[in-house]
Design a protein. Sequence first.
Length: 535
Amino acid sequence: MLIGRSSEADLSIKDQSLSRKHANLFYRNETLMIEDLDSHNGTRVNGRSIFEPYPLENDSVIEVGESRIKVKGLQEDGGTQPKRLNVRETKDGPSRTVYMNAARLLEETERAAADASLGESGSRRFIERLKLLNEAHHMLSHAIDLQSLLDHLVKWITAHMRPEEAAIFLKDDEGKLEPRATYTHSKNRHDVLYSTHLAEEVVEKGNAALVMDTEIDERFTGAVSIIASGVRSLLAAPLSDEESCVGMVVLSARGMVRHFSEEDMEMLVSIASVAALRIRNLALTEEAAERRRLEEELSLARRIQEKLLPGSLPQINGYAVFGETIPSQQVSGDFFQVMPRLGGRECVFLVADVSGKGMAASLLTASLEALSAAPIEDGRPPEAICSKVSRMLVKRTPPEKYATAFLAILDPATGRVDYTNAGHNPAIHIKNGGEIEWLENTGLPLGLWTRGSFSAKDIHMEPGDLLVMYSDGWSEAHDDEGREFSMERLGDLCAEHRGLEPDALAEELKQAIAEFTGDLPNSDDQTLVLLKRNP
């Protein structure tokens, strides 16, 4: 009686620590003996390793791998030698279901291939297998995209393993298995070889599966489509690499036309392993191509967005101006404008920060620029501009998309600044003597509510005064302990260095932020606009 992990063994034990043919039980001179068959983990009797046929008695404990077999019921007077049993066979033929860890099966197959004791027939069998695997590897290497690879794979498998149906399942973005390539011997059949139990064993647990008769395996009684289609024998292997399992290959045979064997299972596992590596490489190639395409689109979006920002700042008699946006990503959700109007009698300053980051935020900044251009040029006051832009944003964007903004209109002749703060960080009015005035909110963010009202306030800029307009990327920059730079620190620094020209002050602020955040990258876009009235 052969003991082992193989389904061909008389006593088949599904223990991965067993060899396929591990040990043999036999009678010699009416004494029950056990013999180790050069197994990988050896055989022990009553805790003692054996290296030659060893006699057994009642209550002897045989240890094979991690399994134990206790001998009971031997006749003490010897009795007659029992009939050899073949537990594999029933009147309907083989009926066993075998699950084996695919990774371990690959290792054992490779180890067996290197075994010098295979003999001529064994060596010939492994050489043929290596030829087939090399052919499969060569075939898969010519696939230029994922779908063509799957189509080639299913055709190759059906040509060499002769199933009646074959299917390749891959996980979709949500982790659900979807059939991506199928084959059927009958033109009138379109069955998909899927079973929840089979998917759990193969994809989730990483097992190869050999089902010799689905009709008498209770685990497949719920697979109505499989049973109804007449499928009796199934073979499946996971498409796995070192990182994960991406799907499975399933083969089937109906009636008693074809029975798959463990050698078929070993072959399918080997092919699936080669295919999984190629699938992963193709996925990485496609991912890299998609990443390059996105980078090109982001680069184009960045160039377009740069065109929306002022190419150069206007010269305002008696004033100095600085403006800059530093995006945290390739494209920015911040936006600013410095725009003279009414023949230079006024100058409009706009600093805006839209919700979110990246491409979606950059699209909203483009909308904001387009929607604000007309009311600004029409000469409307700041509260009217904000009201009109807000109403149009509500109609054109989803509820979660909005923008905070600080809008100021300067009369250069008098130094009067009328402003509306639409939910934005308070601008900082630093007077010539160093006093700080915070220009707080006068309305809700733009695009939140169609009936939102805005009001305006005004300040007067005396010679030497400084107006600091910024986005929260400055005040909320944080260090490695999570502490924010803060609006107060920004205001104090600007007051301390108020005597500098705006461009020099901006460099001072950048250096202070860099020292505060250290090596941490910008977590948000940073926009800074400075207006200084010359002494």
